[in-house]
Design a protein around this ligand. Structure first.
Ligand SMILES: Nc1nc2c(ncn2[C@@H]2O[C@H](COP(=O)(O)OP(=O)(O)OP(=O)(O)O)[C@@H](O)[C@H]2O)c(=O)[nH]1
Ligand SMILES: [Mg+2]
Length: 464
């Protein structure tokens, strides 16, 4: 995408989602934006009276035949105080696919070109209004599924990660310039720098702050992507009833007939701002027919990809091979056992806690009466947070791209330290530190490759 972009083009796109709605917005950015809008917009005020960042009511007309298309509101935004740092125009019209497409088509006929996906944000990046971490955060905001995800994205947009990376880069640049001076004045090396001090600073300060950022990546997975949670268990133990209780609605069909659930039923819930994708599965038993076999195969697949497994047992029935078979597939560290149907008298197997559950976390519930569901929720919370995630308002959470660049930088720094310990020539040390710096610069976008940019902006929608 980036290769065919010319910023002298004026770009236009529909920026609101397609479909019926109150209003729709068509956006235009670039040097011709004001000239194009002048040919299609008829309003009472003389053009000379138009002021930046004000709204004007008038008619959108097709200049080829003078016909009015819609009554619209136009906002003029003069560079550089705009999203893209270019002249921008936003047209608020009635919404609907036909009307918005017509307006766009006329803008394109009069000198604008259709924007590529993410091109408005790309221009904001190229024109240095946003760095790359902030541009990515725009996408995070659009995709945020929970309030916490939104907050993390807004920390990025405010430049939190950019600032921290900048700080590290500054220190490295400082070290590299000392090394360069020392290279030029070899006889004065000892006065200019000390390997021991430099290695200590890299180890104790730079690498530590890199690690701190990298470690919080795990929070991104939890808050942004959510926790994949699979409910499994033998047939008829109450899996679907548990799903319905947790999601507070009748999502899955519940019947006394064993084998009711065959497909995987999904529901999204939030616990303390963390999205949980709950999946109810077909009950585990020796498959009776082809449909059930497929259902079980799916369950096995989901189990292997789950972040959290809720294994349901029915304490009113004896523990059977079907229960123990499935238990074997549930790794202890990510499983919570739900001992369900506590409103019924316990079977012999459950008068005490069965020994095969030793080491597993377990809670007792009655999905029928709702008893124990609060305990279940707080146990789920304990497991996913594991007491490790302690986030405050200003936390910065890197995405995978940031994380891998940080780790690359870290590797070069470690190698720089060992160069120093081995008293290798200054040039080699400077080279390693420069490579670390390059990796860090990729994060903010100073030297991001075209491939990286395409990858980021290509995942935006058109109009953003
Ligand atoms: N007494 C009692 N009955 C329950 C409880 N939970 C579920 N049931 C009943 O057990 C039966 C099976 O419940 P489901 O939720 O459909 O069980 P399931 O595990 O999804 O069953 P399959 O989809 O067939 O594997 C239904 O009749 C429920 O009303 C409970 O805590 N106590
Ligand atoms: Mg079911």
């Amino acid at each position: 995408m980036t290769s065919n972009i010319k910023s002298e083009d004026t770009i236009a796109a529909i920026s609101t989602p397609m479909g019926r709605g109150g209003i729709g917005i068509v956006r235009m950015s670039g040097p011709l934006a004001f000239r194009i809008i002048k040919t299609v917009f008829r309003h009472k005020k003389p053009p000379s009276s138009i002021r930046s960042h004000h709204l004007y009511l008038g008619e959108f007309i097709d200049p080829s035949n003078g016909k009015m298309i819609d009554e619209i509101l136009v906002s003029y935004m003069k560079a550089p105080n705009t999203y893209t740092r270019e002249d921008m125009v936003e047209i608020n019209s009635h919404s609907g696919h036909l009307i918005l497409s017509k307006i766009l088509e006329i803008l394109l006929k009069n000198g604008a070109r259709l924007a590529n996906p993410g091109e408005f944000t790309y221009r904001a990046f190229i024109n240095e209004r946003l760095d790359l971490t902030q541009a990515e955060a725009v996408l995070d905001i659009i995709n945020a599924k929970s309030e916490k995800a939104l907050q993390l994205a807004s920390n990025l947009i405010k430049g939190g990660l950019k600032e921290r990376v900048e700080k590290i880069r500054k220190r490295l640049i400082d070290m590299i310039s000392h090394l360069e001076v020392a290279i030029d004045f070899p006889e004065e090396v000892e006065e200019i720098l000390s390997y021991a001090d430099m290695a200590k600073e890299i180890k104790d300060e730079i690498i530590k702050s890199i690690d701190r950022i990298v470690d919080s990546h795990i929070n991104r997975k939890i808050y942004m992507d959510g926790v994949n949670t699979v409910i499994v268990g033998k047939v008829n133990v109450g899996k679907s009833s548990i799903l319905n209780r947790l999601s507070n609605e009748e999502r899955a069909i519940v019947t006394p007939v064993p084998g009711t659930t065959r497909d995987i039923i999904e529901s999204i819930i939030h616990i303390e701002g963390i999205p949980l994708k709950l999946m109810d599965t077909a009950g585990f038993r020796k498959a009776k027919d082809e449909v059930e076999k497929i259902g079980l195969k799916l369950t096995n697949e989901r189990l292997s990809r789950a972040d959290l497994i809720l294994l349901v047992l029915d304490q009113s029935r004896k523990l059977e091979k079907d229960d123990t078979e499935i238990l074997k597939r549930c790794p202890m560290e990510k499983t919570l056992v739900i001992i369900n149907k506590t409103d019924l008298p316990p079977s012999d197997s459950f008068t005490t806690l069965p020994s095969i559950l030793k080491g597993y976390r377990a809670v007792r519930t009655s999905a029928l009466t709702g008893d124990g569901i609060d305990r279940l929720l707080s146990s789920i919370k304990d497991i996913i947070l594991r007491g490790e995630i302690d986030m405050d308002e200003s936390d910065i959470v890197p995405n995978l791209r940031h994380k891998s660049a940080l780790l690359r930088a870290r590797d070069y720094l470690i190698s720089g330290i060992s160069d120093m310990e081995d008293s290798l020539p200054l040039e080699i040390i400077a080279d390693d530190l420069r490579s670390a710096l390059d990796a860090l610069s990729e994060i903010t976008g100073e030297n991001a490759t075209e491939e990286i940019l395409d990858n980021i902006f290509g995942s935006f929608c058109i109009g953003k």
